[in-house]
Design a protein around this ligand. Structure first.
Ligand code: SAM
Length: 349
């Protein structure tokens, strides 16, 4: 089959008089498609060279084959033609809803089991307390379009901005520690494609005057905010007073987190999304649900809760070596060992 022929061939098949003739043609067409070695099939439409996954195309064709009336065959035919010729996206991502079956890589369930850290580009797992690149990767694909701006007020080693650049999104990252901001900058610069911009600011997210940063970048708003704050005092990131990991009490931590929400999400475009990645902690034999408390800070401010995702959580190396000891502690102390963290997704009303 010639590349440009896909749509013409489909039109020809549809013009057959009765269902059995259509099905006969379809059957041999599916066989011809299956014999193509490549996983992706190229075709032309409107003078543009386009592609469709072989498996997806076969699903559509088989849908048509399964129908017994001409109307039903036509229904699936129209769907396939739409998928091949029209792009339908929502206001906040580039996912072509007419081709939704092809997005095998995009998660839509609320349980994320991610076993292997993605090690592509300049990512590295060496920053204690960083998240796996798959988290920003998934969220950016769901909640931003290419060319839009994402803000990460707890940048750390730069994972969000690296993913943003790889996906053609622009990024602003705020980080309190100088040497950490420097690492992030080096990693982002190592992959920065020319068509995206990344701005890393050494500042306190509670107090930064973001309007000035945005003005310099010639933008008024951002389209997505991703927060990965310290899980209160589980890891002390620095000795800075304004480091959220140095808050004395839970209330202080939540107040500080609330200030970051106020200070950053006022620049989030209405109707767009913010996400928080956080885990819980234990203190004196009591489970402290940091996740739910931080969620509450968003809800108090009128955000709409869109999802609570539970993600598996890798044991730290230290804990892995002492697995038996921890099992004993859990059994004797009446608690369960942490194996998950949360990703909360909110929409600004
Ligand atoms: C959980 S880590 C983020 C890790 C990041 N997602 C990554 O993949 O590398 C939290 C970061 O927030 C920074 N931080 C803590 N308090 C801050 C504040 N008030 N303003 C800006 N950054 C802060 C810490 O220095 C730390 O690097």
């Amino acid at each position: 089959m010639e590349e440009k022929d896909l749509i013409n061939k489909l039109k020809e098949i549809k013009e057959k008089e009765d269902v059995s003739a259509i099905k006969k043609e379809l059957q041999s067409f599916v066989e011809a498609i299956n014999n193509i070695k490549e996983d992706v099939i190229g075709y032309e439409y409107d003078d543009k060279a386009l592609t469709i996954n072989k498996t997806t195309l076969c699903i559509y064709l088989n849908n048509m084959l399964e129908q017994s009336s001409k109307e039903r065959v036509d229904f699936y035919y129209d769907r396939l033609i739409k998928a091949l010729t029209e792009v339908k996206t929502s206001k906040y991502n580039d996912i072509n809803l007419n081709r939704w079956k092809e997005y095998d890589d995009i998660l839509t369930d609320s349980l994320w089991i991610i076993d292997q850290r993605d090690k592509n580009a300049s990512h590295s797992g060496d920053y204690w307390g960083n998240f796996v690149p798959q988290i920003p990767n998934q969220l950016l694909k769901r909640y931003t379009k290419a060319g839009e701006w994402v803000l990460d007020p707890f940048l750390g080693s730069g994972t969000t901005l690296i993913e943003a650049a790889l996906l053609g999104r622009n990024g602003i990252g705020i980080e309190l520690q100088e040497h950490v901001a420097k690492i992030a900058k080096e990693r982002v610069e190592a992959i920065q494609p020319t068509e995206t911009k990344s701005e890393i600011v050494l500042e306190n997210s509670q107090a930064i005057e973001l309007d000035k940063v945005l003005k310099q970048l010639n933008i008024k708003k951002v389209q997505f905010v991703l927060m990965h704050p310290p899980y209160w005092d589980i890891i002390q990131f620095s000795k800075h007073k304004s480091d959220l990991s140095n808050n004395e009490t839970l209330d202080d931590f939540l107040d500080a987190f609330g200030q970051v929400i106020d200070n950053t999400t006022q620049y989030l475009e209405k109707g767009r999304f913010a996400a928080v990645v956080i885990g819980d902690k234990y203190e004196k034999g009591e489970w402290i649900p940091l996740g739910f408390y931080t969620m509450q800070e968003f809800l108090k401010r009128g955000f709409k809760l869109k999802s609570i995702i539970v993600k598996n959580f890798d044991e730290t190396k230290g804990k892995r070596n002492q697995r038996n000891l921890w099992k004993y502690r859990a059994l004797s102390g009446g608690f369960y060992l942490f194996k998950h963290e949360y990703i909360y997704v909110f929409q600004k009303k």
